[in-house]
Design a protein around this ligand. Structure first.
Ligand SMILES: Cc1cc2nc3c(=O)[nH]c(=O)nc-3n(C[C@H](O)[C@H](O)[C@H](O)COP(=O)(O)O)c2cc1C
Length: 308
């Protein structure tokens, strides 16, 4: 089984990703928050130093809608040695993103998507796409089938599918609840495109859901909110055994030190995802909340045995 930590603005920052990478090692690939191509063009050094640690193993997720600009950002990313995987966002419905015709909004124009992807495929390392199952509330098999054909024709073989439609002019939160989850349509896509590596995303957070997919031959999963809530959840539902939690956390704290824009509050936010359901977690959280620097965090995890 392989996990993918979904790109999530405000959550999948370099600290949470680093923790996940050190905990699950080669069994996870993590994705940065969405980064607009313009930010890379205008100041790639600062943008990348903000979003990535020197020890990075994550993919970068980018969004864009101007093929020339995408190309320019890709040329810059081709020079960056510590990023080896690029994911293109075709699913984000946020209004700010919509205004700029990015993400889901871009998919209203298939010919423009094609031109954008022609620029994306100039990236020299691994390329993947993340998309929705459809646009608007109605099931629309043609939408997803034609996009999968397009990706395939351009040589993009790994696609993360958020298994619900996206709706424009609906806020992002409602876009994660109102369009219904449609795993059946995902499975039809899998049958129709056996040569593509299709990876499901959306509400995959219970043992039953994992078992449903495994029964259908799916063993790779992209997970967002459940990891952001409880990074150890696969162990709690009996899917995975995490060998040395303390070592993974101490290694992460050490990796954090390389971050040019070290932010202790974001570090603590990522650390809280480790504390779900452990005995005394309220008090531990209180102790961590008042810490003001990374050395205090390191001492705390070195001298406490929070996990067996
Ligand atoms: C707070 C938040 C921010 C998100 N930001 C992004 C993003 O930057 N790029 C993206 O492709 N998806 C984004 N998503 C969508 C997630 O990647 C994922 O598709 C969605 O949460 C469904 O998966 P889940 O049910 O496992 O959380 C975001 C989701 C949340 C909750």
């Amino acid at each position: 089984m392989k996990y993918y930590l979904a790109p999530m603005m405000g959550y999948s920052d370099c600290y949470l990703r680093c923790l996940a990478d050190n905990i699950y090692e080669e069994n996870i690939t993590t994705f940065s928050e969405m980064i607009v191509d313009k930010a890379i063009i205008h100041n790639e050094i600062k943008t990348l130093e903000k979003h990535f640690l020197k020890t990075n193993r994550s993919a970068i997720q980018i969004a864009g809608s101007d093929p020339k600009e995408i190309k320019e950002s890709i040329q810059k990313l081709n020079q960056i040695e510590y990023i080896k995987h690029l994911n293109f966002n075709l699913g984000c419905p946020s209004s700010r993103v919509q205004e700029n015709k990015l993400g889901l909004a871009l998919t209203k124009e298939p010919s423009l998507v094609e031109k954008c992807l022609e620029s994306v495929v100039e990236y020299k390392n691994e390329i993947t796409v993340k998309c929705r199952l459809g646009l608007g509330l109605e099931e629309d098999i043609d939408y997803i089938f034609s996009y999968l054909s397009l990706f395939s024709n351009l040589g993009i073989k790994t696609i993360f599918i958020h298994c619900r439609n996206g709706v424009l002019n609906l806020d992002t939160k409602k876009n994660r609840t109102i369009p219904t989850i449609n795993y059946e349509l995902f499975l039809r896509c899998k049958d129709e495109f056996p040569d593509l590596n299709l990876i499901p995303n959306g509400e995959i957070n219970t043992k039953e859901t994992f078992e449903f997919f495994v029964k259908h031959g799916v063993t790779n999963f992209m997970i967002g909110r459940q990891f952001a809530k409880d990074i150890f959840f696969p162990e709690k539902i009996g899917l995975y055994e995490i060998k040395n939690k303390k070592m993974a956390i101490l290694k992460s704290i050490n990796d954090f030190r390389s971050h040019k824009f070290l932010n202790i509050n974001l570090i603590k936010k990522s650390i809280y995802t480790l504390l779900n359901d452990i005995p005394n977690s309220k008090n531990i959280r209180k102790e961590i909340t008042i810490m003001e620097d990374i050395n205090s965090l390191q001492n705390y995890f070195e001298s406490n045995e929070l996990w067996n």
